[in-house]
Design a protein. Structure first.
Length: 34
C-alpha cells in the first residue's frame, strides 16, 4: 500500500512539474519567435 502511495505522489509531482514547465516553454518559444 505504501509503495503504491509513493508512486502516486511521484506521478502527481511529475504532473505538477509538467503543468508548470510546458506553458512556460510555449511562452518562451513564442517570445523567442518575436
Amino acid at each position: 500500500m505504501k509503495r503504491k502511495q509513493k508512486r502516486f505522489v511521484q506521478m502527481a509531482g511529475l504532473f505538477m512539474l509538467a503543468s508548470i514547465f510546458l506553458p512556460n516553454i510555449g511562452l518562451w518559444s513564442l517570445y523567442k519567435d518575436k
